[in-house]
Design a protein around this ligand. Structure first.
Ligand code: FMN
Length: 385
C-alpha cells in the first residue's frame, strides 16, 4: 500500500513524516531496564515518527553512549527524555557532592526513615524474600540533571524532553545549537509555565496515562492546555493507543501525539516479557495511580504490592527517595519470583492492547486508521455544515 499522508506543523518543526512521537519512558524502578531503549527509538524514527530515548535511570556516561548508539543506527531525528527534579536542579547535581560512586541498594535503604526501613524488613521476613542485589548509580541522570543536559547539548540531540520539572534553565543553550525543547505537563497551569519558559513544545498528559500522571483527564486537559500554552503548540498524551486517539487529538487542536504504553508493549519496547504480558491481560480498569513507586503519583498495572502498601499506614517519601524504598522491595520480590506483586508502569489504554508487535507496525496502523477517520469516515458519518 502507498504511504499515507498525515502531516501537521510538528512534521515541519522536527523534520519528520508523521506527527507521532514515542514517549521517553525510563525504567519504573532502580534495576529495571528503560521502557524506551535505543531499539525503540530507532524503529519509530525510521518508520517516520520520532522516537524518544527514556534517559532516566542511565548514568550520565551511559546516556552519552546510548545517544551515540542511536546516531550510529539512524540518521533520522530523535529525542532524549530526562527527569529534571526542581529541588536537584536548584541545589546542584549529586555527582558534584559525592563523586558519583555506586552503592548497593541494601545499604542505601539504611538511610531511609526508621519506619520505612523497618517496614521493608518486615515485608522481607513475612514473604521470606532474599536480599536485594541492585545497585544505586549515584550519577544517574535524574540526580545529575545539569551534567546530563550538558551531554544532550554537546551531542546536539534534535529534541530534548523534560519529563518532570521545567526545562527553562537549559532552553537558551539548547536553542543556540539548534535543538528543540519539549516539556510535559499534567495540568493547564504547568502547560502555561513550560510555554512561558521558552520551550518549543508542550505535552499535555491526561490522568489515564502510564507512569507519572496528574489529576486531569485527557479530554478535559488537552483543550485547556492548548489555551494555556498558546502560541506554543501542544502534543496530546494519555490514553492514545490507536488511530482513533490520534484523530481525536488532532481534531482538538493538538499538533501531534506522544504515546507511551502502546509503544512499551511493542517488540522493541523495554518492558520485560512478563510486564508486556501484564499489559496484554489488563482491562481498562486494571491500573492504579499511587504514590507508592516514586513519591509522586504514577500509574501502573494493579498488583498485590498496592495492597501491601495501602495496609502499611506509611506516608510516601519525597521523590526520588521513595524510588529507593520501592525499588528495594520490588527487587526482592522479583528475585523471589513473586510475580503477583510486580507490574509495570502502564496506562488505562492497556485494555485496548491485544498484541505485541513491531513498533513500525504500530505506527503504520495508527497512521492508517487516523487517515481513514479524518479523510473518509468523518465525512461519511457526520453531517456538518
Ligand atoms: C513504563 C513507563 C515509563 C515512563 N517513564 C517516563 C519517563 O521517564 N519520563 C517521562 O517523561 N515520562 C515517562 N512516562 C510517561 C510517558 O512519557 C507518557 O507521557 C505516557 O505513557 C502517556 O500515556 P499513555 O501511556 O497512555 O500513552 C512513562 C510511562 C511508562 C508507561
Amino acid at each position: 500500500m502507498a504511504r499515507r499522508k498525515l502531516r501537521t506543523r510538528l512534521c515541519d518543526m522536527l523534520g519528520i513524516e508523521y506527527p507521532i512521537i514515542s514517549a521517553g519512558m525510563g525504567p519504573s524502578l532502580i534495576g529495571e531496564t528503560t521502557g524506551a531503549p535505543v531499539d525503540l527509538v530507532v524503529a519509530v524514527s525510521e518508520a517516520g515518527g520520532l522516537g524518544v530515548l527514556g534517559g532516566a535511570g542511565y548514568s550520565v556516561d551511559q546516556l552519552r553512549e546510548q545517544i551515540r548508539e542511536i546516531k550510529k543506527l539512524t540518521g533520522k531525528p530523535f529525542g532524549v527524555d530526562l527527569l529534571l527534579p526542581e529541588a536537584i536542579v536548584s541545589s546542584g547535581d549529586h555527582t558534584a557532592r559525592d563523586g558519583g560512586k555506586k552503592v548497593m541498594l541494601r545499604d542505601a535503604i539504611k538511610s531511609l526513615p526508621e519506619s520505612h526501613y523497618q517496614w521493608i524488613m518486615k515485608v522481607k521476613q513475612d514473604l521470606m524474600l532474599p536480599d536485594t542485589e541492585a545497585e544505586v548509580t549515584r550519577n544517574a541522570t535524574t540526580t545529575s540533571p545539569h551534567a546530563s543536559v550538558k551531554v544532550c547539548i554537546e551531542e546536539r540531540v534534535p529534541l530534548f524532553c523534560a519529563g518532570l520539572g521545567n526545562p527553562g534553565f537549559m532552553v537558551k543553550d539548547a536553542h543556540a545549537v539548534g535543538m528543540k525543547v519539549l516539556g510535559i505537563s499534567g495540568n493547564s497551569k504547568n502547560a502555561g509555565r513550560i510555554a512561558a519558559s521558552g520551550a518549543d513544545l508542550v505535552v499535555a498528559q491526561g490522568h489515564e496515562g502510564g507512569g507519572h500522571t496528574g489529576r486531569v483527564g485527557s479530554m478535559a486537559l488537552w483543550p485547556q492546555a492548548i489555551d494555556a500554552a498558546a502560541p506554543v503548540p501542544v502534543l496530546a498524551a494519555g490514553g492514545i493507543g490507536d488511530g482513533r486517539g490520534v484523530a481525536a487529538a488532532l481534531a482538538m487542536g493538538c499538533i501531534g501525539v506522544w504515546v507511551g504504553t502502546r509503544f512499551l508493549a511493542s517488540n522493541e519496547g523495554g518492558a520485560l516479557p512478563i510486564q508486556k504480558d501484564a499489559i496484554l491481560k489488563a482491562t481498562d480498569e486494571d491500573t492504579r495511580r499511587s504514590y507508592l513507586y516514586t513519591g509522586k503519583t504514577s500509574r501502573t498495572i494493579y498488583n498485590s504490592f498496592h495492597d501491601l502498601w495501602e495496609s502499611s499506614g506509611l506516608e510516601p517519601l519525597p521523590f526520588p527517595v521513595q524510588v529507593i524504598f520501592a525499588s528495594a522491595i520490588v527487587d526482592m520480590l522479583n528475585r523471589a519470583e513473586k510475580t503477583e506483586y510486580v507490574a509495570p508502569f502502564a496506562g488505562q489504554v492497556s485494555g485496548l492492547i491485544k498484541e505485541i508487535k513491531p513498533a513500525a507496525d504500530i505506527l503504520e496502523d495508527m497512521v492508517e486508521e487516523a487517515v481513514d477517520i479524518l479523510a473518509r469516515r468523518l465525512r461519511e458519518d457526520v453531517v456538518a455544515g
